[in-house]
Design a protein around this ligand. Sequence first.
Ligand SMILES: CC(C)=CCC/C(C)=C/CC/C(C)=C/COP(=O)(O)OP(=O)(O)O
Length: 301
Amino acid sequence: MNLHCSISSDFNHVQVHHILSFDQVQHENQTSFKLIMDAKKITQIYEGLGTLARKCIFSILSVSIIPNHIAFIMDGNRRYSKQHNLIQGAGHRIGFTSLMSMLKYCYELGIKYVTIYAFSIENFKRSPEEVQSLMDLIQEKIEGLIKEESIVNQYGVRVYFIGNLKLLSKPVRLAAERAMEATAKNSRAVLSICIAYTSTDEILNAVVESCEERWDDKSEMNLIGVEDIERHMYMAVTPDPDVIIRTSGETRLSNFLLWQSGNCVLYSPAVLWPEIGFRHLVQAVLEFQKHFGYLRKQKRI
Ligand SMILES: CC(C)=CCC/C(C)=C/CC/C(C)=C/COP(=O)(O)OP(=O)(O)O
């Protein structure tokens, strides 16, 4: 049959436009299929080599002490979008992919606790469109986290949502509750997702709850102690962080883990969050190891 048709195929951003005969169409499809298979094999080989290289670097790092808890301030997603002329929200999507890579590296390295600043109470002041688009993304990704093949299940991670969850819309809050329930039996590692969170709100809430608890207690003096406040912190489910990594070169904490970060290393690489990579995690661990002697004395560990 001498059919002529137009094929448009998009493979690795190469556009092919041809008028082809039926035989040519079949040939072209077979060639594309072969190219895709070759690309997959090459990717698998690279991934295998990457995993091997990481294992080697991790065993060198493990000669010294590995942090127990790393927290991330994922700064610079909108700037990344602007710099690369991407549509609004694209930077956050790419940022989520970077987050998944960082979680994988952390859990591979044996870091038990990871905390991320996903959305602060201050972020509600952004334009309604931006808040909605971020919340849609967060909801979509929370639902993805509990799927069988997700990183969370692969590494046996228990997920906590930390913050004033009453401030979230019902669908996001329900998704968060489902994720906490679905991962409650995982015990190899912990991911704390700070959402609708600020330290000011966390401390205020802990003080109020501590006072309420003491109010009915007639037997003791009505004084609250540090340990009461700590018990009522949203972050009471994890030990204090050893390292906070904030991207985009900023050294501010922006109302994140202020109570918990008294004795912790702040590492702030000058890359935007979507650009963060394995080398930054290695650098952060080395910084922690450099300061560990001092931190150990402060924390009495
Ligand atoms: C389920 C789950 C954990 C999802 C997380 C998704 C994600 C990557 C959220 C980042 C949110 C955020 C406000 C980052 C700060 O960048 P920015 O928007 O302030 O960018 P800028 O610093 O360039 O202004």
